[in-house]
Design a protein around this ligand. Sequence first.
Ligand code: 6PG
Length: 469
Amino acid sequence: MSTSADFGLVGLGVMGRNFILNVASHGFSTSGLDRDMEKCNALDKEAAAAGYKAKGYATAKDFVNSLKAPRVIMMLVPAGAPVDAVINDLMPHMSPGDLLIDGGNSFYTDTDRREKFCQEKGFRFIGAGVSGGAKGARLGPSIMPGGSPEAYAMVKPMFEACAAKVNGEPCVTYIGPGSAGNYVKMVHNGIEYGLMQLLSEAYDIMKRLLGMSNEEIQSTFTQWNKGKLQSFLVEITSQIFLKKDELTGKDLVDFIQDKGKQKGTGKWTSQNAMDLGVPLLTVDASVSMRVISAYKDDRVQAEKLYPVTTKVQAEKAELLRQLEDALYFSFIISYAQGMSMLAQASVEYKYNLNLAEIAKIWRGGCIIRAVLLEDITQAFKANAGLKNLLLDANFAQKINGVQAAARSIAALSIQNGIPAACLQASISYFDAMRTGRLALNLVQAQRDFFGSHTYERIDKEGTFHTEWE
Ligand code: 6PG
């Protein structure tokens, strides 16, 4: 058996098979591990046909022995217990100095635990967020690796070769220590949830309020993708409306059940934002909408009790123009929330994140890639300490140009009973963040009234309590 492979990949499922072929396509010799012999054979066949060096193994021992030391092994298996199981399976065959990479959507505290465990045994560990789905894995994902810089140096050539490229620059960079990579990927997914829900709200408004056909909706999204909204999610959304159902020959989108499923990364983002004290209204609303969508029976029952009558007076072309601006507004707000969460997490968890670099590697390969990320990269390049995108002068100009449209569409959705939680949450976030004096003085007075919780004053230092009754 040869011991010459540069790169090993565990888990030859859809993501794993595509990723290993991507690495192999750049001239690296690779080995794959999967208990399913059929998947190993499929890899051998596909690699041979393409002239790539890739071989599948069904046992951890053969797989590990096929790799050059110090070994570089990446796991692409479902997050949670399977990752620990693979680590335990591989370890007896590995040698100190070898590197293990977890490329799944692992929860960041699991990554910290695993890095510590591996380091104690003399191994290196990297938690790398990988975004881009199956196609991205094969043709170029965005990769967010965290861990020690020495560990990253071992895989840097392979990651840089196989990552997506924007203007010739790879969409991968060292993110930071410990769990920084998985954390950044988690926030990426939170933003992803928000953008997806916002696009669904725009679809709902076009369909139910403007009475547009799927064909018209498709061409509107296609049009939008040529302008300031240009992004992967707008692009695939327009393509979805072209797909015919094989069973009925009609538009497939109309036959898909309206229950949004989730594997948890969006929810983790919201939960962690609460712990950090970072407002993330758009992401919170998107997670709640997936939750609400599960209540199908209740929704169908309530629909009979509360019938909706929709009425639109404005001209359709003008409303579509406003809708495009409303989406642009909400997209900016979604990224602003995510970036502000990263800024806060960087301090809290000592990740030392470079937000310009993160925005830069999100410009290609990943699910939230969008032209807007170029402007976001520039904003953080100009001011690395920017706490919130809303405070950037260029973004202020952009937002001021579209906020009126966002308000008109949100008002329309409310008047006509179309749920647009993420659009409304984006406006609420914006309005709260740009209000110098919020009404929370009253909340403080109430707290002090019923619980003697004290309050601060605007004109004096210290804490105060009043006998209110
Ligand atoms: C990506 C995606 C990917 C996965 C989501 C789906 O960046 O490539 O985010 O990681 O498709 O995690 O998440 P849900 O199942 O929670 O929608």
